[in-house]
Design a protein around this ligand. Structure first.
Ligand code: ACO
Ligand code: ZN
Length: 158
């Protein structure tokens, strides 16, 4: 079956919609400048998903230098800062496609050697998605979220 969505790089005009999806889908919200900052610095790894011309999902990434979680040496690490798909468009493969586009860009454009993210320990859909893509739990970050919930730090090689 041909996918009923397209993945494309985010543009400046997409950011208001990205912010509205973030607000609808996640308790982790950020000031406007934070989205533009990621677009300006790592725009080749910032993607949106479109269905019938409407943006229904996004992935915002960054690339950092530091000691790897998987290789214990100085590496470039891709960081999945935020991903969300509007509820009515879930389970169609959009989240997986956004993740794959983001990982490919972090590897090929920004030379990242691994990718990591934090996820609420209760967020089964997201954890399943990351596991499907080969991420492993590296550690538990106690009280990572503002409401006190723990995060899993998950990572995989690129
Ligand atoms: N239950 C179990 N497994 C799931 C579920 C679910 N509800 N949703 C996705 N998966 C897993 C499955 O393995 C699925 O493959 P399958 O459909 O072949 O079984 C795989 O993930 C891919 O699913 P997609 O359809 O590509 O995922 P979707 O487009 O629904 O997006 C996402 C997943 C982004 C996690 C979505 O549920 C969402 O927006 N949730 C709210 C926001 C959120 O929690 N974002 C992640 C926060 S952590 C962070 O941003 C770093
Ligand atoms: Zn993070």
């Amino acid at each position: 079956m041909t996918p009923q969505f397209i993945i494309r790089k985010a543009e400046r005009d997409d950011i208001p919609k990205v912010i509205s999806i973030n607000l609808k889908c996640l308790p982790e919200n950020y000031p406007e400048f934070f989205f533009y900052y990621h677009l300006d610095n790592w725009g080749d790894a910032f993607f949106v998903a479109e269905v019938d011309g409407d943006v229904v999902g996004y992935i915002m990434n960054r690339v950092e230098r530091g000691i790897g979680f998987l290789r214990k040496s100085l590496v470039k690490k891709g960081h999945v800062v935020s991903i969300a798909v509007l509820e009515e468009h879930r389970r169609k493969g959009i989240g997986e496609a956004l993740m794959k586009s983001g990982m490919e860009a972090m590897k090929n454009v920004y030379d990242a050697k691994e990718v990591y993210l934090e996820v609420r320990v209760s967020n089964t859909p997201a954890i399943r998605l990351y596991e499907k893509l080969g991420f492993k739990i590296v550690k538990v970050l106690e009280g990572y979220y503002s409401d006190g919930e723990n995060a899993y730090l998950m990572a995989r090689e690129l």
